[in-house]
Design a protein around this ligand. Structure first.
Ligand SMILES: [Zn+2]
Length: 319
């Protein structure tokens, strides 16, 4: 399987560039194939409406609700760094065939402004509408909304409802289908919530520290009583400073955290350094901002959550 991580590169812009270059070399991604040749009213080549999402996790959620009625594609590819993404000319060209864009909001998609400026007639729908954000706790983005609300299964149901409403506006004849699909998916998210509660309750309370690269687990940590620790609050400002590293090393030592982790879309190298200097192990890679390849550990949001919790449990238990 192609490696989607870009170990050894710390700068976020460089990471983005390299991730995209790696993906371009490693994968034949069909995501960019459709919708380019159309002009005017747009739509997919098969006649179905084309809805774009800003990243792969939203595409998965939208497909769960859309079923076969709507074609859903992600603007950013699998493995891409989504905070500092730089849209390509082909992204913009493809977007001209779309009839709707679904975005996360909470400041995640500042890079998408170019899309919206060039797509004046294409509505974009914010899927965090109705969610009260948790603020980013520190540094340059302090006080701004933490964008990773999809990491809470409970809040993911708000996304589902916003997707259902948006698709119904786009394709009113699909109302019954979208409602049924949304109900089924919400039941799966409820089951996932119960599953995560049971799994995480098995970790001794003193060990419930999730130490990773990005502060992307704030919503999950709040929902399941975990302490979150990270190297940088949000990938958009992923600067490695000695202070941040020292702070995390001190916390890992103080709490005797047996394992630290990182995410699939950024370099794990700084966190491996934390592991070496704190005596913790490097416990593995979480998926947060992107799904994995279809045959990887996180092909959809439900499996992504299960993979992360398994990785956390195995890392913390392996001490
Ligand atoms: Zn992120």
């Amino acid at each position: 399987m192609p490696q989607l991580r870009t170990d050894g590169q710390a700068h976020s812009g460089l990471r983005t560039h390299l991730t995209r270059a790696l993906l371009g070399a490693a994968l034949v991604v069909p995501l960019l194939a459709g919708g380019c040749g159309r002009s005017g009213t747009g739509g997919a080549p098969d006649g179905r409406p084309l809805v774009l999402t800003t990243f792969t996790i939203l595409a998965d959620m939208a497909r769960q609700v859309a079923g076969e009625r709507v074609r859903v594609e992600s603007i950013t590819k699998l493995g891409a760094e989504i905070h500092g993404y730089e849209p390509s000319p082909s992204d913009l060209k493809r977007a001209s065939g779309a009839q709707m864009v679904l975005e996360n909001g909470f400041g995640l998609e500042r890079w998408a402004e170019r899309f919206y400026a060039s797509l004046r007639d294409v509505p974009h729908v914010t899927l965090t509408e109705g969610i009260t954000p948790l603020p980013i706790a520190s540094d340059a983005y302090r006080g701004q909304p933490n964008p990773h609300a999809w990491m809470s299964p409970r809040l993911a149901k708000v996304y589902v409802e916003n997707i259902r409403r948006a698709l119904t506006r786009l394709d009113p004849a699909g109302e019954t289908t979208f409602r049924r699909n949304a109900e089924r998916y919400n039941a799966q998210l409820d089951a996932l919530h119960n599953e995560l509660q049971l799994s995480l309750a098995r970790i001794p309370p003193s060990q419930r520290v999730l130490a990773t690269c990005e502060g992307a687990f704030s919503y999950l940590a709040r929902d399941y009583g975990l302490t979150e620790a990270y190297l940088w609050p949000v990938n958009a400002e992923a600067q490695i400073t000695p202070q941040r590293m020292a702070r995390l090393i001190a916390l890992v030592k103080e709490r005797q955290v047996p394992a630290v982790f990182c995410e699939s879309t950024v370099s794990a190298e700084p966190q491996k350094q934390v592991a070496r200097q704190s005596g913790a192990r490097f416990g593995g890679v979480f998926h947060v901002d992107s799904l994995s390849l279809p045959d990887g550990p996180a092909p959809n949001l439900l499996e992504l959550q299960r993979h992360n919790v398994r990785t956390l449990q195995a890392g913390l238990a392996g001490s």
